[in-house]
Design a protein around this ligand. Sequence first.
Ligand SMILES: [Zn+2]
Ligand SMILES: [Zn+2]
Ligand SMILES: [Zn+2]
Length: 505
Amino acid sequence: MTAEFPLFYCAKCNKETVYRTCEYCGAKSDLKYFCNKCKKISMMKSCCGIPTKPYNKRPININHYIRLALKRSGLQMPQLVKGVRGVWDKERLTEDFMKALLRAKNDVFVNKDGTVRYDIIETVCTHFRCSEIGLSIEKAKKLGYTKDIEGSALENQNQVLELLPQDVILPDCKEWHDASASDFLLRVCSFIDDELRFFYNLPPFFNFKVKDDLIGIHIISLAPHTSAGIVSRVIGFSKTQGMYAHPYLHAACRRNADGDELGIILLLDALLNFSRKFLPDHRGTRTMDAPLVLSVKLDPMEVDSEAFNVDVVDHYPLEFYEAAVNCKMPAEFTGIKRVNDLLNKPEQFEGLKFTHDTSTMNQGPYVSAYKTLESMDDKMQSQIGLAMKLKGVDATDVARLVIEKHFLKDLKGNLRKYSRQGFRCVNCNEKYRRPPLSGKCNACGGKIVLTIAEGSVKKYLEACLNLGKKFKLSPYLQQDLMLLERRIEGLFGRAATKQIRLSSF
Ligand SMILES: [Zn+2]
Ligand SMILES: [Zn+2]
Ligand SMILES: [Zn+2]
């Protein structure tokens, strides 16, 4: 197998390896450097007047590494082990092959930073009953839930409890075809136990068998496009395909408190397998979507201020409705306590209250319509349909927002990308910034094709134009769309018009 591998070398055994620790004697190996100019391998960080690299492209005997991992783990070769085509970090570091084997054995898949992830929609929750989330009284007490919201001792599973800010309720919905979060976590825990046992020669940590064992474990919640994760604790499972968590926790992930998606990582997985060094060495990619910073303790003062607007009431007073009838501005009505008023006081962590009780949280929809509706057109039609049914919502404004915030950006972005795209060979996948003059692939003579399809540029145009007309949106927006249509037509040509023979008249 040929790829770029790091140049580790064991002086004791006089052998080359791709690992940081020599697989023959267990000693720490030294890193050597390759000179691109004279092709020499040395201990020098520069050669021939240019900086050297701690890796080179070379064939390695992959069977050697596979056999080694199988021997050390005592495992049979799994049917399928997934890997990557190459690594793009600065030093081309590779994980020990045994980790890949153990992941394959436990049916979990690695993320680019070395961890295993589960993506989940964020849902807000402030109160729960043990009966709703499969939590026993004994376990609830151990987790710190000793009193209900009235202050009475916890005695039965139907008392209402206030959710602690770093506790989360995960989905275990067998009705939805996605694997449930509990099955996922059990597999990750089993992988970590295997890793401890076979890779680190340590006793297993979890030894979990059933869903109930997962209660109390620690995970990291991490929002996409951010790099700060927050430690959270799993206290139970609901049927809703989403993560129920405190408004503070959602705000700590710096996302809007509803409808966004975040990733969860088992804490021990991140501690053992995450490495900043695995992240690609491209500008911008190093700091995104990876838990570079970890908050252990949530401080409400430090979270996104959106959470400060949560009302702290058990009912809205008559004066509030009267103020609403008289169209008063929100700032003019000060009769309602908000989280903002509790910050830095002991009350910030409890007593958030709620207005309407439910018998069980498991009676709502299990899955967001965003997941069940397949095409973007369906999603948009449903959103507009809902807006038209709701008296308090201005459907025209929803149409404007959908176009402005989503479709228009997408259309313009794709149009720009289309004219700056690269090309590739259908045969050997060789990439070209410009197509070769011969019109054929220089490497194999194969056909050269575009990397961005015409369809991906045009896909939302029709829907936008229709929406604009249907809701009589502002002339500015409609003309913006018309200009875009012209630019697209200028690039791809007008949609073919049907030619009719004179004789058909
Ligand atoms: Zn050695
Ligand atoms: Zn040189
Ligand atoms: Zn080719």
